[in-house]
Design a protein around this ligand. Structure first.
Ligand SMILES: [Ca+2]
Length: 431
């Protein structure tokens, strides 16, 4: 505002001077010097002259100034417009953009919250996984330690944990004679044997040592075996007399033929009601393989089970001679040495001193409960159970059997020592 007045002031001074000169009638030519005035100040004409002389430069300066002012004013106006525009624009932006930004920021906030939640969840999962990992690591450590322990154990030579007694002899009576007091597993070496072998010795309180040849007790061992298996033996020997086995024809041969003192074969039987019976055969022998492990004995010494080895006539037209066992060779499903046109051992799936076929068969098929029928015995329909027909019928399979041998003199010595005599001996037979 102050700058815009400058031209007016300049114009006023100019006009006043002109007016004053006209009123006084002075001009450059006509101006007369007023003594009073001219002495102390320029004369009116002098002012006019002064003004005339400086006016063009002044006008130019004023114009320049005016232009500058105009430009400044323009610039100012532009700036104001710009400011207004900017203000408007900002307002507009505020108005138009706030919702979007708010929404955007709100969305972002939600997103952030969601991420935070997700992170918390993931952290929890990570913690869980870490716990699992630690637990697994511990397990792995335990397993590693176990593996190391096992490895160390495996490096050690295998130890037989079965209790095998140290006393040995040519049979179990010999073992007992040498001081063995308890039943269990012992090594024996019959006189003709090339090497010792393991047997179960049943040693009683009278110092008698029975060498066990065969054991049936629960049907856990299949007795349907071939010649070689019956020769070598099968099943399991156990220190507590808990398993089934066939000692082996070769071993039985070596044991039973080694001395001048005859052996007694004691057969012990148990039925499914728990009744026990026994049968003793003296001078028991099993021949060499060359004679097909032939069975021979002197006679039925004693017992309450009856002499089934002597044969039984099941039918009127069949002589008991055909079911007797003394003198019979051993037969297996793969080796027929019987007196029958067919093969008893093959028909029945077992190994035994077959005739045509038998009155006693302790290696027969195991029938739970005892009683069985022709139908039960399969295709052949023969009496193939564990039978002793002088006690139970041939359709009754016994629950337990034991075949064991002892030198005859030991039985008689016990008999002699026990003043009770034979009755005492019979009582011991049920042990
Ligand atoms: Ca035959």
């Amino acid at each position: 505002m102050a700058l815009s007045l400058l031209p007016t002031v300049a114009g006023f001074v100019f006009l006043a001077c002109v007016t004053l000169a006209q009123q006084r009638g002075d001009n450059t030519e006509t101006c007369t010097q007023d003594n009073a005035f001219g002495k102390y100040c320029p004369t009116t004409c002098g002012v006019a002259d002064y003004l005339n002389r400086y006016q063009p430069a002044l006008n130019k300066d004023l114009n320049d100034m005016e232009q500058i002012l105009n430009r400044i004013a323009n610039d100012t106006a532009g700036a104001a417009e710009k400011v207004t525009y900017m203000k408007d624009s900002a307002t507009q932006q505020k108005k138009s953009g706030s919702d979007v930004y708010y929404k955007k920021s709100s969305d972002m906030l939600n997103e952030v919250t969601r991420f935070e939640k997700s992170i918390v969840e993931q952290e929890s999962q990570i913690n869980n996984l870490q716990a699992v990992l630690e637990s697994n690591e511990k397990r792995m450590l335990d397993l590693k330690q176990m593996s190391i322990q096992l490895e160390q154990k495996c490096k050690e030579p295998c130890k037989d944990t079965v209790d095998i007694k140290t006393v040995t002899g040519k049979d179990c009576q010999d073992v007992a004679n040498k001081g063995a007091k308890t039943s269990g597993l012992y090594y024996v070496k019959p006189l003709k044997a090339t090497q010792q072998f393991l047997v179960y010795c049943e040693i009683d309180s009278f110092g008698r040592g029975f060498t066990v040849l065969q054991r049936r007790r629960d049907g856990s061992v299949d007795f349907n075996k071939n010649w070689v298996q019956y020769k070598e033996g099968f099943g399991y020997l156990s220190p507590g007399d808990t398993t089934e086995f066939w000692l082996g024809n070769e071993k039985i041969h070596l044991l039973s033929t080694q001395g001048t003192i005859p052996y007694v074969l004691r057969i012990q039987l148990t039925d499914w009601d728990g009744n026990k019976k026994f049968a003793d055969y003296t001078m028991f022998k099993v021949g060499p393989e060359a004679d097909m492990y032939r069975l021979t004995y002197g006679y039925y010494l004693d017992g309450d089970a009856g002499d089934a080895f002597d044969g039984v006539a099941f039918k009127e037209h069949v002589d008991k001679y055909h079911t007797a066992h003394n003198g019979m060779q051993f037969s297996t499903p793969d080796k027929d040495n019987d007196k029958y046109s067919g093969s008893c051992a093959l028909q029945e799936g077992t190994g035994w001193w077959m005739n045509r076929c038998h009155a006693a068969q302790l290696n027969g098929k195991y029938y739970q409960g005892g009683k069985y029928s022709v139908k039960d015995s399969g295709e052949s329909g023969y009496d193939n159970g564990i039978i002793w027909t002088t006690w139970q019928t041939r359709w009754y399979s016994l629950k337990e059997t034991t075949m064991k041998i002892i030198p005859l003199n030991r039985l008689t010595i016990v008999e002699g020592q026990q003043t009770g005599g034979v009755k005492q001996l019979q009582g011991l037979g049920d042990i």
